[in-house]
Design a protein around this ligand. Structure first.
Ligand SMILES: Nc1ccn([C@@H]2O[C@H](COP(=O)(O)O)[C@@H](O)[C@H]2O)c(=O)n1
Ligand SMILES: C[C@@]1(CO)OP(=O)(O)OP(=O)(O)OC[C@H]1O
Length: 158
């Protein structure tokens, strides 16, 4: 049995915030804001996993009106969702992600992010692919107002 899911998320930049992507703190002049730690990549993967098992979205499971999730570590939220995935009998086939960021340059951090995501999904790094792209200075990403992210995930059950 296989199940496919996709995810998309956007977070806005603000001064004085750490930039956390894929559970990794990336040195930059500003970070992303949200109710949680605003880890745009982990939110995208969380939504893709929930989509694959037909269980709604991140805001349904962790409402941004609930103080319990204020400044939440998005790695913990993903781990909770991954428990649901495993309870359904699925493991990761592969996940492919695209991060849209004009700045900072993410290439030096991709390997670290990939290893961290693989560990959160109880998978081998070869099952995780992380890509980065600018939007050629166009739109909100191009104006460095925020970062967007996309993911496609395949779950497999023996
Ligand atoms: N934030 C980013 C964006 C892109 N990269 C790397 O640069 C390559 C070229 O980007 P284009 O937007 O011009 O296609 C891209 O393939 C990534 O390898 C990056 O490291 N960080
Ligand atoms: C993660 C949650 C919960 O803290 O808050 P945000 O950091 O605002 O992120 P978003 O991508 O809007 O997803 C759902 C939320 O309920």
């Amino acid at each position: 049995m296989i199940r496919i899911g996709q995810g998309f998320d956007v977070h806005e930049f603000a001064e004085g915030r750490p930039l956390i992507i894929g559970g990794v703190t990336i040195p930059h002049t500003k970070g992303l804001i949200g109710h949680s730690d605003a880890d745009v990549l982990l939110h995208t993967i969380t939504d893709a996993a929930l989509g694959a098992i037909g269980k709604g979205d991140i805001g349904h499971h962790f409402p941004d009106t609930d103080a319990a999730f204020k400044d939440a570590d998005s790695a913990v939220l993903l781990q909770e969702v991954w428990k649901l995935v495993e309870e359904e009998g699925y493991t990761l086939g592969n996940v492919d992600c695209t991060i849209m960021a004009q700045q900072p340059k993410l290439a030096p951090h991709i390997e670290t992010i990939k290893n961290r995501v693989a560990s959160l999904l109880h998978a081998d790094p070869s099952q995780v692919n992380i890509k980065a792209t600018t939007t050629e200075k166009l739109g909100f990403v191009g104006r460095e107002e925020g970062i967007a992210s996309l993911a496609a995930i395949l779950l497999v059950k023996a």
